[in-house]
Write a protein that binds this ligand. Structure first.
Ligand SMILES: *[C@@H]1O[C@H](CO)[C@@H](O)[C@H](O)[C@H]1NC(C)=O
Length: 227
């Protein structure tokens, strides 16, 4: 009876040991399964396409323009010395450095649908031919975006008819522009909407910062694409 009891006890201990080992192995298996899962999920993460790096703002704006807008920045000339600068969609279209600016009205005409620069010019408002200037302005087709900047003086040859053309492009200030005012403007042809993109630095002997001229006028922003 004693021996039987001993054998029984030994068998029970053996069984306990066996169960303990199996369960130990079991937890190992679980760990390995977790490891495998972990490796797999790491692979999965590395397959997620990396998000495209944030685009940087164009024309030195502080923010990126929405997809259906064009970035622009316009700075008028400073006195009769430093030329104006017109940037559109990250490209400087007119500037003193490019050497395509001049005294008078500097103007860029852009296709409002696809942003192609159709033409740019400076219309000499001091010694130019008024009929040529008027012809250039009359030729701006509906659907175009117009970017304009003054240099030196824009008022000398500005006739009422020319002012009307800019009024129709969305300008609210062109009618009051006078001798040596700094003026920048962006508007759309054929919309008859007033443009929010316009600024004047009025020439006033009391406040002019350059000898005989006011400070530069500058505007930038996102111009809505015309679809
Ligand atoms: C933009 O549109 C104009 C007029 O339809 C066309 O002449 C010009 O080639 C277009 N530009 C681009 C880049 O598609």
């Amino acid at each position: 009876m004693r021996l039987r009891g001993l054998v029984y006890a030994a068998a029970v201990i053996l069984l306990i040991l066996l169960v303990w080992r199996i369960s130990d192995q079991h937890s190992h298996i679980h760990e390995r399964a977790r490891d495998i899962q972990h490796i797999f999920s790491v692979h999965e993460i590395s397959w997620v396409p990396t998000t495209t790096p944030a685009a940087s703002p164009k024309c030195k704006l502080s923010k990126v323009c929405p997809i259906d807008h064009f970035a622009f920045q316009i700075t008028s000339g400073a006195a009769d010395v430093v030329g104006p600068k017109i940037c559109f969609e990250g490209k400087i279209v007119m500037s003193g450095v490019i050497n395509n600016v001049g005294h008078g009205l500097n103007i860029v005409v852009v296709n409002g649908e696809n942003g192609t620069v159709e033409k740019c010019a400076y219309l000499n408002m001091i010694i130019g031919k008024p009929e040529d200037i008027l012809a250039y302005l009359k030729d701006i087709k509906p659907g175009m975006i117009v970017l304009a900047a003054s240099f030196h003086d824009v008022a000398k040859m500005l006739t009422d008819e020319m002012r009307e053309i800019f009024d129709a492009l969305g300008s609210t200030m062109i009618k009051s522009i006078k001798h040596r005012d700094s003026w920048v403007f962006a508007g759309g042809a054929g919309t008859n909407e007033k443009s929010p993109f316009e600024k004047v630095a009025v020439s006033d002997p009391k406040s002019n910062i350059y000898e005989g001229w006011p400070d530069v006028a500058k505007i930038g922003g996102c111009f809505p694409r015309k679809i």
